[in-house]
Design a protein around this ligand. Structure first.
Ligand code: ADP
Length: 193
């Protein structure tokens, strides 16, 4: 069996160029398109996606809905999973407890992964949800994204591969640091027995 950690890949790319079974869209509650990654996905998928989204009645923050991939199907993508990340209003100084935003962001990853399993997706790509115009602190978001995806893959055989798609090398570096910190912590824990 492949180790859960080896099923996670960090790439720097435009998410609309990836060949995966499903891409996750960082949408807003209306599901009617927006800027950032949402705009890029709608542009690549074409106007049929917007027409379909109009029938969905929006999506509350922390939840997810699935649609066909429309124009992205030509590159092998079968589904788009639209999840609504939280707008960050939290207090970065609050290191110990969870903020509501932390919980909602973890829920976005959980709901998206669950929908991916329900639709038999072998590969899934996430953008860095909420870290753009929603201003979630990037390191904090990276720890939640990586920690949650790793935990989920430890319990489930699907998706076989999860791509954490970053839009810049510096964002990819932030995710890599979250992984390295966690690995150091696991090694120390093993050493302490
Ligand atoms: P949010 O509203 O959830 O903050 P944004 O789209 O503003 O969503 O940003 C989320 C993340 O997606 C940011 O890290 C941003 O740099 C990244 N991003 C923007 N466009 C793309 C794209 N085409 N492919 C991958 N990531 C993207």
């Amino acid at each position: 069996m492949i180790e859960p950690l080896d099923r996670i890949e960090i790439v720097t790319a435009d998410i609309t160029t990836l060949r995966v079974d499903a891409v996750v869209n960082a949408a807003n509650e209306s599901l009617l398109g927006g800027g950032g990654v949402d705009g890029a996905i709608h542009k690549a998928a074409g106007p049929e996606l917007l027409e379909h989204c109009k029938t969905l009645g929006g999506c509350p923050t922390g939840l997810a809905k699935i649609t066909p991939a429309f124009g992205l199907e030509k590159s092998g993508v079968q589904h788009i999973i639209h999840t609504v990340g939280p707008v960050w209003h939290g207090d970065e100084a609050q290191k110990l407890g969870y903020t509501l935003e932390d919980t909602l962001l973890a829920s976005c990853y959980h709901r998206s992964l669950t929908l991916a399993i329900e639709h038999g997706c072998k590969s899934l790509a996430f953008p860095n949800i909420s870290t753009g115009v929603y201003h979630f602190p990037k390191q904090r978001a990276a720890r939640i994204a990586f920690g949650h995806v790793l935990g989920f893959l430890s319990k489930h055989g699907l998706p076989e591969k999860v791509v954490l798609c970053c839009f810049s090398d510096s964002d990819a570096q932030v995710i890599q640091e979250a992984i390295d910190t966690r690995e150091d912590w696991m090694m120390n824990r093993k050493r302490m027995g």
